[in-house]
Write a protein that binds this ligand. Sequence first.
Ligand code: SAH
Ligand code: SF4
Ligand code: F3S
Length: 464
Amino acid sequence: MPEGVHLEIAATVSSPPTELPRRYHVKSFGCQMNVYDSERMGDLLSAQGMAPVATPEEADVVVLNTCHIRERAAEKLYSDIGRLRQPRRDGSRPTIVAAGCVAQAEGAEIAARAPAVDVIVGPLAYHRLPQLLQQARGGRVIDIDMPAVPKFDSLPARHTTQASAFLTVQEGCDKFCTFCVVPYTRGPETSRPAADLLAEAKALVARGVREITLLGQNVNAYSDSLGGGLSLSGLIRELAQIDGLARIRYTTSHPRDMEGAGGDDLIAAHAEVAKLMPYLHLPVQSGSSRILKAMNRAHTRDSYLATLARLRAARPDIALSGDFIVGFPGESDADFEQTLSIVREVGYAAAYSFKYSIRPGTPAATMADQVPEAVKDERLARLQATISEASLAFNRSTVGRRCTVLLERPGRKPGQLIGKTPWLQSAVVSLPGAVIGDLVEVEIVSAMPNSVEAMPCRPQSQVA
Ligand code: SAH
Ligand code: SF4
Ligand code: F3S
């Protein structure tokens, strides 16, 4: 048994299957890093000779890769387990794996509340999934260690066939925003060695990947301690040398790591590296500096706006997106008005907004002046309407621009394909003969709030 794996005998109602599992299904509930982890768990199971299936109903092993960020995200685990534990027509039931951030935060609670779960594994330990599945044949196993040996060293080759792939470069968080569970579920900030990342990126490109999105909870805090402290911009510049890789993106960045001289090199990369796409997700959370202080964000409204001004000076067409929380404890009407005004002032291309959700164990959970649910609902609706106006205005501002679109999936109508512009807009393109994975040159011809329509243009035209 590997170090740190706690074995316990489960008081399950029905026994786990005794046949060797052959088919697996991994369901992702969380952020892009959670999606990356799901893909890697799939790679692990495929390397064991198992085959992926499209639905949990067909699978012998179902991995529920959970998210703990808001209460509702965590609850989804229990409703899925409820469905999966029902015996199937032949009397069997799948082996159930609870993975991800809920498993990390509430492993013991899952074991007590959902006895049907066979394996509970945290986001830093899932490289041991094949062994855990073996051990689970004798009763439930829990592995929520944060092992010293990075999981990435123990993962098999990637099998993706997509045009655009994720690549986790940094994990964990040292920022401790007062509302957030991530520092507790993902541990401290760690960065993967650049040499490993370049090898993984080259292997992806050899499989046909054209675009790589570098992932991290605080991706712009990336620092390769083995590679002389290579920063994210240094990594991007090295990745840009890979022939066949057309586009590089990164997410999610923290404004704190972009402020002052610390952000200079990354901002310069936006001006200098052609493959780095003109898009940045830089969550602000609130437009009120008073609330930002209570959130422990370590940036103010003004310092955030100053960072955006530097980015726009370096790359004038950069598209910006953000995250917002409404109804943080103590948020007044005046604070909330400042959130609406920052959305209008920045002119976001896109933004994600959430009602504050109490997370047990975080400092904000016990703060005074919790905002009533009805007020949160009303603020969220107003914020989302303001964000939609901003997105539509941004999309309209791109009509007439020529650019490339990386085609990623079929559209609704025959002959249509959907892909992404450099500014991460979803673009609907009708181009006979084009296939998924093509990078096509287009002109944006019309704009909706969440997408644009594009027409092919002549190959020799100037494009972004
Ligand atoms: N590391 C990233 C965000 C990771 S979590 C950053 O610092 O920006 C993704 C988003 O979920 C956050 O940006 C925040 O907007 C939201 N979020 C996190 N905790 C939350 C909570 N308790 N309630 C509501 N939204 C939350
Ligand atoms: Fe959570 Fe803040 Fe860390 Fe982002 S920076 S993951 S919001 S604690
Ligand atoms: Fe959720 Fe964990 Fe990602 S809590 S947002 S899956 S880091």
